[in-house]
Ligand binder design. Structure first.
Ligand SMILES: [Zn+2]
Length: 404
């Protein structure tokens, strides 16, 4: 069945600007084309009227976790909690993601294969949630970040761990290559936790299986080694050095920014306020991030965004970018097309183009005029199905229409 989604205009995620007066025609789960409602109507069997709203692609959260809530503190303790406790909490976290317009996520470490189970359950339509790319258990050194994970040292054991993760269903391999902000102990956030030989072993194993490698790394030697050895994305990157930035630009390495957890008052600042070891790193990373980002922009490094478990705050990631000199449209592209590219899903999602999956967000307002419109989510569609509000019947459509 073909459905016309009437809109006031579209921001399609390709960087072509505000497309005044365009609506969307979808056929079940795919986009047929964009056009004027009067032209598309002849092909449509039904019509949903969002004619006061803007359509944007479903947002891609390129770095998150499904079981953690940073504002509650002790993230590593949460990561190590029993699986049933985690699963119950993940349901609400996933709901918050959808409600903020996130239709695709990359899960950057969980235990108990909980990410694989949720991904499969969503694909089987047991439950509604964003499409997922999962990393299973991140690989960390004995003295590295993420102390709740089993540590892996040495090239041989790392090769084995990569293979174990791939067998468990990992779509990508996550490694922790520098210290991290949320640990109370371990190495500084600019120190490298793995040697070149260890990083090389991970990249070789993953790439031979056709899977990308994402590295938790803030700056310094850990980033340099990762980039030189072919890691596909640097995660966080608050303290990137000149050398790091030069190398990332030369290799076209992705940077995945995670600024909500660092800057938003309900993030790590709330959860771990009583931990001086963490709070000093929060302040250090905040101060560095502002100047790092100026240099990232100048160097033309490609970037996407992730909430890093700040469920529901993908809008803040975009707002942060705009506050730091990015145009609203480029901020939306970072949270849509760029994220899809990082996840290897650019042929499926991330832009509103014919043939792509019908993942889109209905926004009250024009986000190119005021980026805060990305918070004003009237409805969310994934694979052509309205998943927010969660009772997609005609009454709900009517209610949404009235609220507008
Ligand atoms: Zn993370």
């Amino acid at each position: 069945m073909r459905t016309l989604i009437r809109a006031r205009g579209i921001v399609d995620g390709t960087g072509t600007g505000w497309r005044e007066g365009l609506s969307l025609l979808i056929d079940e789960e795919r986009i047929v084309r964009l056009g004027l409602a009067s032209e598309l109507r002849v092909e449509a069997q039904r019509e949903l009227d969002f004619s006061n709203c803007t359509l944007v692609p479903g947002f891609v959260d390129a770095h998150t976790h499904i079981t953690i809530r940073p504002g509650e503190g002790n993230q590593h303790g949460q990561l190590a909690a029993p699986p049933v406790w985690q699963a119950i909490r993940a349901v609400k976290n996933i709901r918050q993601m959808l409600q903020s317009g996130v239709t695709t996520i990359r899960v950057m470490t969980e235990k108990h294969r909980i990410d694989v189970e949720f991904k499969d359950a969503i694909e089987r339509r047991e439950m509604v949630g964003p499409r997922m790319r999962v990393s299973t258990v991140g690989l960390t050194a004995t003295n590295g970040h993420a102390p709740s994970l089993p540590s892996v040292d040495g090239p041989d054991d790392l090769r084995k761990a990569v293979r174990r993760n791939l067998r468990a269903g990992a779509d990508l391999i996550k490694i922790f290559c520098t210290g991290g902000v949320s640990s109370t102990f371990g190495m500084p956030i600019t120190a490298s936790s793995y040697s070149r030989e260890e990083i090389r072993a991970v990249v070789e194993e993953a790439h031979r299986a056709g899977k990308p490698v994402a590295s938790h790394a803030h700056g310094g030697e850990g980033v340099t080694l990762c980039v030189e050895e072919g890691v596909d994305s640097i995660e966080h990157g608050a303290l990137l050095t000149e050398e790091n930035i030069e190398k990332m630009a030369a290799r076209n390495t992705w940077l995945v920014l995670t600024n909500a957890i660092l800057f938003h008052p309900s993030g790590i600042e709330r959860g771990d306020a009583h931990q001086p070891a963490i709070m000093s790193k929060v302040l250090q990373a905040r101060e560095a991030m502002e100047s790092t980002f100026e240099r990232v922009k100048e160097a033309g490094i490609r970037f996407a965004v992730g909430t890093d478990s700040m469920h529901g705050l993908i809008g803040y990631e975009m707002e942060w970018l705009v506050k730091h000199g990015i145009t609203p449209e480029q901020a939306i592209v970072a949270a849509t097309r760029n994220g899809a590219q990082v996840l290897g899903l650019a042929d499926q999602v991330g832009t509103l183009e014919p043939g792509k999956r019908a993942d889109f967000v209905v926004l009250n307002g024009n986000p190119l005029k005021d980026i805060k419109a990305v918070y004003r989510v009237a409805a969310v569609f994934k694979d052509g199905q309205m998943v927010v509000p969660d009772q997609p019947d005609q009454q709900v459509y009517q209610r949404v229409k009235e609220e507008i």
